[in-house]
Design a protein around this ligand. Structure first.
Ligand code: ADE
Length: 225
């Protein structure tokens, strides 16, 4: 997979991709992440990428030209399966979207900033508009990092067995059950007996029950259908 991220704040996106699982995924050749500084495509001496909104009002709008130029350049090099725009008025990102995007080959993520991008960009080239939740971030970069992380960890060969994505919360529509590690008795705080019983079948059943119970009490909305 290849992910091209377009941003006016490339510094913000360095470390998430240079760390831990995301770096390992790139080292293993499972994903290529390319960060593009939109300002390199900006206009004039100041490399301007935004302008005042027609009709007035506070806040700047990201202009068409730098975005169209860069995205068309990328599209001339390869076919893209999705061109994503991170924006608070998009569709809420969830595990289902992560799963389906993880099956794609080439993705572009355009990070929104200021008051957002000129609507003509959204109309003409964006295929997916995504929010990561009902709150407003100062820019779409952290959203792009969240979306990329959720996708990349699903790529075959990125996670090892111990961190397998199959047992994640949400993957089966349920929250994950509680987990414990050694010692079995920490200053009187004990691990449930079943987990140290060695009865794998009973443990599986217990975990399933716990997952259902936890989902019922914390996220009943997940059980609706
Ligand atoms: N940009 C600003 N807020 C955002 C959010 N919640 N999700 C995605 N992009 C954003």
């Amino acid at each position: 997979m290849r992910i091209d991220i377009i941003t006016v704040l490339p510094e913000l996106l360095g470390s998430p991709f240079e760390t831990s699982i995301l770096q390992r995924a790139q080292d293993k050749g499972k994903v290529e992440v390319h960060i593009h500084d939109l300002r390199n495509y900006g206009k004039g001496k100041h490399k301007q990428v935004d302008d005042y909104a027609f009709g007035g009002g506070a806040g700047m709008v990201m202009t068409c030209e730098p975005i169209f130029t860069l995205i068309n350049e990328l599209k001339s090099e390869r076919a893209y399966d999705a061109i994503i725009y991170t924006t608070p008025d998009g569709k809420t990102f969830d595990q289902g979207m992560a799963n389906s995007l993880s099956l794609k080959e080439n993705l572009i993520i355009l990070c929104g900033h200021y008051k957002g991008v000129d609507q003509r960009v959204r109309d003409a080239i964006i295929t997916h508009e995504i929010t990561i939740g009902d709150y407003v971030l100062s820019g779409g970069e952290l959203a792009a990092a969240v979306i990329s992380d959720a996708i990349i960890r699903l790529l075959p060969g990125v996670l090892n067995d111990e961190t397998s994505a199959l047992t994640d919360s949400f993957q089966d529509g349920l929250l994950a059950p509680p987990v414990y590690t050694r010692p079995a008795d920490y200053e009187g705080l004990k691990v449930p007996d079943i987990l140290t019983s060695g009865n794998l079948k009973a443990i599986d059943l217990w975990r399933e029950e716990q997952a259902i119970e936890r989902t019922q009490s914390r996220r009943p909305d997940l059980l609706k259908d």
